[in-house]
Design a protein around this ligand. Sequence first.
Ligand SMILES: Cc1cc2nc3c(=O)[nH]c(=O)nc-3n(C[C@H](O)[C@H](O)[C@H](O)COP(=O)(O)OP(=O)(O)OC[C@H]3O[C@@H](n4cnc5c(N)ncnc54)[C@H](O)[C@@H]3O)c2cc1C
Length: 480
Amino acid sequence: MGLRTADQYLKGLRDDRRVRYRGETVEDVVAHPELGLAARHASLDFALAERASHSDLAIRHDGDQPYSAYFQVPRTTDDLAARSALVEAATREGDTLVLLIKEIGTDALFALMRVLERYGLDEGQARVHEFHRHCRDGDLSLAVAQTDVKGDRSKGPSEQADPDLNLRVVETRDEGIVVRGAKSHTSCSPYVDELLVLPSRRMRPGEEDWAVAFAVPVDTPGLTLYAADFLHGDFSSFDRPVSSRHKMIETLTVFDDVLVPWDRVFLHGEAEAGGATALTFVEYHRFTAVSYKLPLLDALVGTAIAVAEANGIGRAGHVRDKLTWLAGYAETARGLIQLAAQRGDEESGIAYPDVFTTNLAKWTFARDIHYAFEVVQDLAGGLLVTGPSAVDWQAPEIRPILEKYLAAAWPAADRMAVMNLARDLTTDLYGGYQAVLALHAEGSLEAEKLQMYRAYDHEPALTYALGLAGLRDTQDDPTA
Ligand SMILES: Cc1cc2nc3c(=O)[nH]c(=O)nc-3n(C[C@H](O)[C@H](O)[C@H](O)COP(=O)(O)OP(=O)(O)OC[C@H]3O[C@@H](n4cnc5c(N)ncnc54)[C@H](O)[C@@H]3O)c2cc1C
């Protein structure tokens, strides 16, 4: 047992994994210019734990053995709050981009522990606990493949023209199960040790083959990762101060008749428990999600203030109004996620963030992210997309012209630095990636509203209103 260094984590990624990127097979993800950048970004997780200033947040002990705090099973609402603080601090380390190589995997493990216990699925439960110990003691990194490619959204897994559009069990053998299908948008999978697979939705009776949860090492035969190149490019730190150094990569994750040994099969053929696993995971994961959005929100507030000052408009009434909205937006998300922890459920042994408040936090954040970007762009002005490139900025004959004509309330160099930060955070590749990440990752806006509707206790408000209307007695209750 023990903590790994960033270097040990990166060395552990050199195995037989099959990763395809821009038409090529990647022999070594760490040596690859773009996947390697993403892996080094993720390795900040290990670097953070090594730092004495963060040890209280990032390290726990079992006896005298240290382990990564992500693997601590939350028992109390304070544990949930500490987990949120850890996710936020780690994302700050990633300069607004989540690291996500332990956050999402442990969300999935806690969900499986809760659901399998609730359904009395003891064998699966024992295997999850064993797998959790394996990951904790080896300080392993994990990706989670939940979202199926799904096919026609109006149809369930058993109604699709091709049954493989949702990952399913195609054979049961003495050694284990054989699975086929594809999961989409799997973050970080090319540069983690283990891939945890969960069902993505409720299953109907008859859809038992699709109700499956398991984990496999990423170099398992039959598993191929087709990596997205959305953030492709060789950027300068002048143009893109954040995304030239940080990157997260998603994959289309294809299982071509992959054999999963029984000791790695957590759930198999239990339709109802499969649906419960899907939902329980997303609640943990939305709690994680809002925690990891906070550094981006703080960066948006700070960037908006800085571009306004650089342009000399900091005192204008409309600017104060917009900055106040932006600060209120960031603090609403922060306050709601703290409340989701505080209101969490401790009763069942593994603490669980409050469902209504968690979804409200995620929905609030996602619903307004585009307006938050608009505020920053509004205050920054058109230089966001018409400013000089790094090449021009460094050219000795051009630089003096740019310094003369691009100066405003701040000197041109400082003004361009905050303009380019605003550009990186809210426009082109990284800004676009963050906007879609906010809207869709951890579930769409509608998914969050649906959970809010289900979790809200309508009764007290209705009873109160009926009382005010003079209809307090049940016999007079028109809704009864
Ligand atoms: C950057 C990024 C990283 C991600 N990382 C991961 C990851 O690590 N692991 C993972 O498992 N997933 C991951 N996701 C997936 C994420 O959870 C999904 O994007 C999300 O659940 C939405 O699914 P979808 O993209 O298939 O969109 P869709 O489900 O197709 O949604 C598109 C629209 O259709 C609507 N819709 C969908 N179904 C219906 C229906 N039946 N009836 C009416 N309306 C419907 C939705 O509300 C939405 O408005 C990631 C996504 C992104 C963008």
